[in-house]
Design a protein around this ligand. Structure first.
Ligand SMILES: [Zn+2]
Length: 472
């Protein structure tokens, strides 16, 4: 089903809503309206001023009184391939997580599995108000692209890339550096700027412990040539930094090494970036590297990232969910809430005293919207509700037990809002969810396909999740 407005050139007016624009002046219209034509915003402002401007053009009018409009949220680090693996690695140590569960799972995926996994993940993303995501590096990019096209979302897709490392599954270990680059160039040619421009293709580096120096250098140069971004997990655990110090002749860790080889550039999206020192934060800032902070996954597997310090140093930090086996919830709404709490809590850990002012609600909202757009090099078109930008919009209904009463609208959106408050989502001028029902796909059908595909995949991969209790 094509979720387009009936007549593409007709004007759609959303009015009587509170509009949180997230523009550079932080404008919030308390009784606001947005005019949309084709896939773009052509006017935004007070309802009383916008409506008369378009009344002679017979616009389609939607009264959204009592509701709050925001730019579509941007999830800058999500493993769509891992959605079928939710629950396969809960409460296990890192090595078991990677070698016994995730690698066997991912290396046994087919393109059809990737398609179904991305559809399933997309359902959760849309319900949480996400209109755009950055894939962290997964399996079978073509499968992801087909799913994104159907879902109606916007995405920067990345293949999982490794050319080195001990204990890799055989099919991955056989891949040469040349093949890694060639595969990504081919995927770029095939999928970049497809689906009405909603899909972009990025280059991937899974992590430094699985990359040769040559892969790093060629990825940096290929991204420059293709004018696209690079998505990479960086400084995730102390062991990673330790290995880099021991093997690559630098005195701290991954960021110091990447600085040395001129890999740090403004098209790099660094995921997690937990174990970085002050000098490394400065390097990230000077190079214009963007950071995706995934608070739930960091708490579960990695540690406290110095987000407050990064923001103070001018680093653009956005939010991600990471994948289903390391977070379980793919809701950016939950991550907003957690991001603020985790950073407030970290102050106690690092300074011995609380500081409730750390990462206030308005900062968190920026991280989930405009900073997300900057992180994926797409801020000229998305990330705020402004004239000329694409119509990627979230409609929030705050009239529920979870949000009422509202005395401070901006803080309520971060501390009270639940995924259930997201009622409608528009991407690229098309409704993809209305009244909590996704209209681009049949959710029930996807759930049943996912159940079947994940059971088959686990069987093929030989993964058995041990029982925790006495099941009878
Ligand atoms: Zn990740």
């Amino acid at each position: 089903m094509e979720p387009r407005n009936e007549n593409k050139s007709s004007i759609l007016l959303l009015h009587n809503a509170m509009i949180v624009t997230m523009d550079s002046q932080s404008r919030v219209y308390q009784d606001g309206a947005i005019a949309i034509q084709n896939n773009s915003i052509i006017a935004v402002g007070k309802s009383a001023e916008i409506l008369p401007q378009f009344s002679s053009l017979s616009p389609q009018i939607l009264d959204l009184s009592g509701q709050i409009l925001l730019p579509g949220f941007i999830n800058t680090h999500v493993h769509t391939s891992q959605q079928l693996g939710r629950g396969i690695a809960d409460d296990v140590d890192l090595l078991t997580w990677l070698h016994k569960r995730i690698w066997p799972y991912e290396s046994n995926m087919t393109e059809q599995d990737s398609f179904i996994s991305t559809l399933l993940c997309g359902i959760e993303l849309i319900h949480s108000g996400v209109t755009c995501f950055a894939e962290a590096g997964g399996q079978h990019l073509s499968g992801m692209a087909s799913a994104v096209e159907v879902l109606g979302l916007r995405a920067c897709l990345t293949e999982s890339i490794m050319d080195w490392g001990e204990g890799l599954p055989a099919s991955w270990a056989a891949r040469t550096t040349e093949e890694c680059i060639k595969l990504q160039e081919d995927l770029f040619m095939k999928h970049h700027n497809t689906a009405d421009g909603r899909i972009k293709v990025w280059l991937g580096i899974r992590q430094i412990m699985n990359s040769t120096d040559r892969l790093l250098a060629e990825t940096r140069d290929t991204a420059k040539k293709l004018e696209t971004g690079i998505h990479m997990h960086i400084a995730e655990i102390p062991l990673e930094n330790q290995l880099i110090v021991e093997t690559r002749g630098v005195d701290h860790g991954t960021v110091t090494y990447l600085e040395k080889i001129k890999f740090l550039q403004n098209n790099l999206l660094a995921a997690h970036t937990v174990w970085v020192n002050e000098e490394e934060v400065d390097c990230l800032s000077k190079a214009g590297v963007k950071v995706s902070h995934c608070p739930a996954a960091a708490m579960r597997m990695l540690g406290f990232a110095p987000i407050r310090e990064m923001l103070s140093a001018g680093v653009c930090v956005s939010l991600g969910t990471d994948g289903a086996p390391s977070n379980n919830r793919m809701s950016i709404v939950d991550e907003m809430y957690l991001a603020s709490l985790v950073s407030k809590g970290r102050e106690v850990f690092s300074k011995g005293t609380t500081d409730p002012t750390a990462l206030p609600a308005e900062t968190i909202l920026r991280m989930a919207t405009i900073n997300g757009a900057k992180s994926i090099l797409w801020d000229k078109e998305i990330g705020s509700l402004e004239v000329g930008k694409k119509a990627d919009i979230v409609v929030v209904n705050p009239s529920s037990w979870s949000m009422m009463p509202i005395h401070d609208c901006i803080s309520s959106l971060v501390y009270c809002m639940r995924t259930e408050n997201i009622v409608s989502v528009m991407c690229n001028g098309c409704w993809i969810m209305k009244d909590k029902k996704i209209i681009t796909i049949d959710e029930e059908k996807v759930l049943s396909m996912a159940k079947h595909a994940s059971a088959e995949l686990l069987k093929r991969a030989g993964i058995q999740v041990p029982s925790r209790m006495n099941f009878l």
